[in-house]
Structure formats: C-alpha cells, structure tokens
Ligand binder design. Structure first.
Ligand SMILES: Nc1ncnc2c1ncn2[C@@H]1O[C@H](COP(=O)(O)OP(=O)(O)OP(=O)(O)O)[C@@H](O)[C@H]1O
Ligand SMILES: [Mg+2]
Length: 394
C-alpha cells in the first residue's frame, strides 16, 4: 500500500505569526500610512507623527502595520537613514508601559539592565539611545486596549509629550496605535485622542471574494498542488465573511481542515474537512492568546467553565464566579486572590473577548456584574484550561 502523503507542503505559512509577502486588498490603507509617515524618509527629525489603525478582529491591522514597517525601513536604509520600526503587542506586555519600553530598548541594546528603572526613566533612556545612535523610531503599540485598560491615558500622553519637551533637538519618536474596540478611544486624554482621530485608518471587513484571494495565496504557499478544491475555499471564505470578514478565522479554518484531511488520510481537503474544523475553531477566541493568561486567570476561567457546564443559564453572577474560582484554587492548591485582584482578571478576560460582562438590570436586588461565555463551549474551555493548568504544574 502506498504511504500517505500530507496535503501540506509548508504548514508554517499558516502560522499565526507568519507575515505574508503579499498584502492583498489593502493598497489604499498602505498608501495612507506611507503618506502619514512620508517625512520619516524625506525630512527625518523635523516632525513626528501619530496614527491609529482600527478594525475588527482579523481585519488585517497587525499585518498592515508590519508591512508598512518593512517597506519604510527598507526605503530609509537606501537613503542612509537610521529608521527603526518596532512592533510591540501591549497584551503580551500585560498592558504595562514599563515592559513595553523595556522590550523596545532591548531591540537597540539587548543586554540593557532589566531592573532599577521607572517607566519615566526608561522613556528618557530610550530617547537618549536614539540620540546617541542618531536613530529614528516608529513604535507600534498593537492591541492598545490592554495598555489603556491597565494604565489609562498617561502612557500615550507621556510618549507624545516627551517629544514636545525636547526643543531644538531632532524629533525621533513616532507612534502607530492599533485598536480593535473604538470605545477605548474615549478613555484617552483629549489632545492624544484628537491627534489620533485626525490620522485614522479604518479597516473595513473583508468581503467573501477578498477572503478567497487571501486564502488562495496561502493555499499556494502551504499546500501541495491540487489538494484544496475551489469549493473548499469558497466555503471557508463564506464562513470568514459571516464572522465579520475575519481573515484570521478563515486561515485557521484552512489549517484545521488540512489537519483533518491528514488525520483521515484524505488526498484532498474536502468541504467535509471544513465542517469538521468549524466545531473546533472559535472565531473570536485567539488560539495564541489562551496560553498567555496568568495562572489565576486560568483558574478563574476553569471555574467559570465548570459553572456553565452545570447550568442552562446564559449568565452567572460575580459571586458565583468567585465561588467557582475558589473551588478551582482549592483543587490546585493555590491561595485564592482578593476581590480587587479578581476584578482585574475579569476586566482583562473580558477585554480579550473570552468572557463578556454586563451589569444586571431591573428586577435584581442591587446591581451586580453578570458574566457570560458567548463564544466557546464550556466543556471545551474546561478541557483547555485543565490541560494548560496541568502543564503549569509539571
Ligand atoms: N490583506 C491581507 N493579505 C494577506 N494576508 C492577510 C491580509 N489580512 C489579513 N491577513 C492574514 O490574516 C490573519 C489575521 O490578520 P491580522 O493578524 O493582521 O489581523 P488583526 O486585525 O491584527 O486581528 P486582531 O484584532 O485579532 O489582532 C493573519 O494571518 C494575516 O497574515
Ligand atoms: Mg492584530
């Protein structure tokens, strides 16, 4: 019997961190970014800029900014300008300006001491490094929600102000902010907000045919010839479109469908593989995000998942959630955190989209926060959390 050959030729092209060489259907937005930052290659030091990219999950915000960064630094290099593009994900830095600045500085000085500085001092140090190296920096703060939620509007204000305080020295630091939820704009100070609103790039949802093009490009890179029929791509594009044009979801479905084809030793990725993939891919819950939750966030989610497994109700009270979390802590021999800390977990988890919160309405005694789990089956979440928690304990 001939041995089975995988449908994939290079799975890494479907990886969440892969930056595709071709950015499709975002030419206008890329041009706009180039316009905003034209000065960085034409008259560096004369001014700085702040821009904002907004759009739904999977609308291509991160990839757009990364592409722009690659292009502009390439052009700067040809002109002998020391322009750097640094892309930092605020969520990965736990919404902490100190950590964001530390990561930024370490791109210039990898062995920069990790301790002994405040965020303000780090910011001063960064400016000094830029001066010493005669360097310019476009710093992208991706998933800015996390920073705003954790530290309010001060970080962005300080990042902007540091330029303005430096009179008679070249201006070196520009910012690109990436936001998914427009509501967070309201939390910024008026001057930062108005600058950002002036330079806004709003990414519209991808249409079905745009998603098909993006998929087609990935199929050619990741799959062996002739293994993904057109109707499979149509189906995935349709599903991606129905999730507000979410390209991430579409690519993840494509990958899972391929995995399913391999597991069943099929020669082609048939629509049935997609239908099987759909049940295990959650459009709004990012696969790469879950392992990053802190230990106690995972324990909290485990409690929430177990509660929802046992009830038909769509909401649970904050009190019930705390109880369920306490039980999970007990099981794993962890000391339960206090009320204020638990609130922070709830806020962070709802910003990430995995849970949702609302304040109870009329008819209830007093107001309480209600938690729901709209996007992932409780049993799947329980399984996932148990798996991750047992890894944490190994
Ligand atoms: N125009 C495009 N051309 C090629 N690939 C794209 C395009 N837009 C998005 N993608 C791919 O789709 C996936 C999701 O894009 P991206 O991560 O940029 O979305 P996002 O808007 O940043 O989502 P999130 O809000 O979750 O951070 C990535 O794998 C990206 O490479
Ligand atoms: Mg992104």
């Amino acid at each position: 019997m001939p041995r089975y050959t995988s449908v994939f030729k290079d799975e890494s092209k479907l990886d969440i961190n892969y930056v595709p060489q071709h950015l499709l259907h975002r030419k206008l937005q890329l041009n706009l970014l180039n316009q905003f930052f034209r000065f960085a290659v034409e008259s560096p030091g004369k001014m700085t800029q702040r821009a904002l990219i907004m759009g739904h999950i999977g609308a291509g915000k991160t990839v757009l900014s990364q592409h722009f960064g690659l292009n502009i630094t390439r052009e700067a290099k040809q002109r002998n300008i020391n322009l750097n593009y640094i892309h930092i994900n605020c969520r990965e830095c736990k919404g902490n300006l100190f950590m964001i600045l530390q990561r930024t500085i370490m791109k210039f000085i990898p062995n920069f001491p990790r301790r002994g500085y405040s965020a303000e001092e780090l910011l001063q140090a960064l400016m000094q490094i830029l001066d010493e190296k005669d360097a310019y920096l476009i710093l992208t703060l991706d998933e800015l929600e996390s920073l705003v939620q954790n530290e309010g509007s001060d970080p962005l204000y300080n990042l902007s102000r540091i330029q303005e305080d430096r009179i008679n020295t070249p201006k070196r630091l520009s910012l690109i902010c990436i936001l998914r939820q427009p509501g967070h704009l309201e939390k910024l100070d008026p001057s930062t907000r108005s600058t950002l609103q002036r330079n806004i790039i709003q990414l519209r949802e991808y249409s079905e045919s745009q998603l098909e093009d993006i998929l087609d490009n990935r199929v050619n890179l990741a799959f062996r010839d002739g293994t993904v029929p057109h109707q499979t791509m149509n189906l995935i594009a349709e599903l991606g479109k129905s999730e507000s044009g979410n390209a991430r979801y579409a690519i993840e479905l494509l990958w899972r469908a391929g995995k399913y084809a391999d597991a069943s030793e099929m020669r082609e990725v048939l629509p049935e593989c997609v239908r099987n993939a759909v049940v295990s891919v959650y459009p709004v819950v990012r696969r790469d995000m879950i392992p990053e939750f802190s230990l106690h966030e995972k324990l909290f989610l485990l409690g929430v998942a177990r509660h929802f497994k046992q009830t038909d109700s769509a909401y649970m009270s904050m009190g019930d959630a705390e109880e369920a979390y306490a039980l999970a802590c007990e099981e794993y021999g962890e000391k339960q955190r206090g009320h204020t800390q638990i609130w922070k977990y709830v806020k962070a988890l709802s910003t990430s989209g995995i849970i949702e919160t609302m304040v109870s309405g009329v008819g209830q005694r007093g107001k309480t926060t209600l938690i729901s789990l709209p996007r992932i089956p409780a049993s799947d979440l329980e399984q996932e959390m148990s798996k991750l928690l047992s890894q944490d304990w190994r």
